[in-house]
Design a protein around this ligand. Structure first.
Ligand SMILES: [Zn+2]
Length: 197
């Protein structure tokens, strides 16, 4: 194991030990989310939905992926969230300064075709510090990059709203989280598109 892996492994287990000490009543939490709602949001490390939306364990479903995009798998989770676990209000939350705005499918495909190690970004262009050993498999993936945050929220709310397995009575709200202030800014066009009927 690398030094980094060993350090992180130890830190996570130490933190978990502390968490278990204070676990207490959480052993009695029910499986279905008590507040019956779900949030689809980006995996960005600066976003903590439990904090920005005031969640405690047992409150809500949080579905995360790169960009908080309404991918087939995100919709799979949302459908389970409602159909089997009773959530009845959904939020789609993208955010400012999202990494998904910094590349295109073509750029990602080219980078991966060359080399699999972490690329560097100079503020304008991505490049590989090492070369060789890449795979063209990245050219076959739709990475769901983002051009404009408001537009991506509207697109995703529309995609969820029009999905045949999503009932019309679930309201879907669209937001952009501002990473500079922590504020959730509603995207009116998305919320309109996601209105229940
Ligand atoms: Zn992001």
């Amino acid at each position: 194991m690398s030094d980094h892996a060993q350090t992180i492994h130890g830190e996570v287990l130490k933190a978990n030990g502390d968490y278990v000490q204070g676990f207490g009543d959480k052993k009695d939490l029910a499986l279905p989310p008590a507040r019956r709602f779900a949030i689809l949001t980006c995996m960005d490390a600066r976003l903590d939905p439990a904090k920005y939306a005031g969640l405690s364990e047992g409150d809500a479903h949080v579905i995360r992926n790169a960009g908080g995009r309404a991918s087939d798998d995100a919709i799979r989770s949302l459908v389970i969230s409602h159909k089997l676990l009773g959530t009845a209000v959904w939020f789609v939350v993208h955010h400012t300064d999202c990494g998904m705005q910094l590349f295109t499918d073509e750029v990602m495909g080219d980078l991966l075709a060359d080399n699999l190690e972490t690329a560097t970004f100079d503020g304008a262009t991505w490049s590989n510090p090492k070369h060789g050993g890449g795979s063209p498999a990245g050219r076959y993936v739709k990475w769901l990059t983002i051009g404009d945050q408001d537009a991506s929220v509207v697109d995703d709310v529309r995609r969820i709203r029009s999905h045949p397995l999503v009932p019309r009575h679930i309201p879907i709200f669209g937001f952009v989280y501002d990473v500079r202030s922590g504020r959730l800014v509603e995207v009116p066009e998305a919320t309109r598109a996601g209105a229940a009927s």
